[in-house]
Design a protein around this ligand. Sequence first.
Ligand SMILES: *Cc1c(COP(=O)(O)O)cnc(C)c1O
Length: 396
Amino acid sequence: MTAATELSASYAADAVATRAIHAGQEPDPTTGAVVTPIYMTSTFKQDGVLGLRGGHDYSRSINPTRTSFDQQLAAVEGAKYALSFASGLAAIDVLLRSSLKPGDNVLLGDDVYGGTYRLLSKVFVPWGVGLDVVDITDTAAVSAALAAKHYAYVWVETPSNPLLNITDIAATAAVAHAHGTRVAVDNTFASPALQHPLADGADVVVYSTTKYIGGHSDIVGGAIVTNDAELHEQAAFLQNAAGAVPSPFDSWLEIRGLKTLDLRVKRHSANALRIAQWLESQPSSVVERVWYPGLESHPGHAIAARQMHGGFGGVVSVQLAGGAEAAKRFVDHTRIFTLAESLGGVESLIEVPAAMTHASVAGTTLQVPDNLVRISVGIEDADDLIADLDQALKAI
Ligand SMILES: *Cc1c(COP(=O)(O)O)cnc(C)c1O
């Protein structure tokens, strides 16, 4: 773990694209293999009792392929520490469980990943953690909530899932820190290619690496990234104590994915902007509203333009004038866009959040409109993607 600190410092002057390819990727000491091997081993030979080679004893505690990814991700984020997990929700669970106790409170945005809300409301609330929901994009509302009650965390997702709401991380951190509250940012949608919450004042960043970091829809994974030694040590302890670690093969796929993150996310963003503009140009009898932070019509556009660097991400949401039925028919008729949950892979996906990813928030303040379609724009040819959406819109 100290190795991560040293590495990120030695690559600190390089751009994200360079760090992503080199940090944590030392050639294998025995063979010189340029690519980090998949260390498919549960245990490590000891040279005499506790004579550990490089600290390696057992793969729940430490595995060289996982260490390589953790160092690479920490360097890309420009952070001291990264810990990777078997899923994004495992990372969120470990962060919160290791740093909260019953009686603590969490202030949550009103548009977040459905699984995050389910974990907080169905697991942490019964455990004794207080949960309040606020329009997190409204810094005055956040400030009022923080003045009324002490919160251990403000939980920010920006851009949020699925409405792509934008929260000003620096302004939120300033308000939160004035009240002794930590700010956690779920940076899954922007990825470290576009947004740097720690530099903007956040205390800790979480990822579902399943999405842009893995980038190929072939793994489920997650990570916690921070400069806070206390948070890191607590999370590392619980990671080992509870064991939700990724497999060496998953770590290897994450290493491979992260190397091309910068290229992919720029293409995802360019394609998404074109699609958002095209959707917005459709008649209002077909398209009611397009949600994309790169559009000037988006309420968070000015903040996103300042806070995100090199693009606005690959997710576009659209509300259809024909209601829930039109949304279902639209996603049924695409040919290139696959009807599936998830996002962030090279291939374009399409889904109806109210019925699919966000079914768990139905009937709560986090409920999403039933005519909403969420599009994860892939890195295919943009003209092909637009032609596909065009024929599907005509078919509804
Ligand atoms: C997918 C997702 C998660 C959960 O991650 P898993 O890897 O599916 O456990 C958390 N936050 C956001 C924003 C997500 O999109």
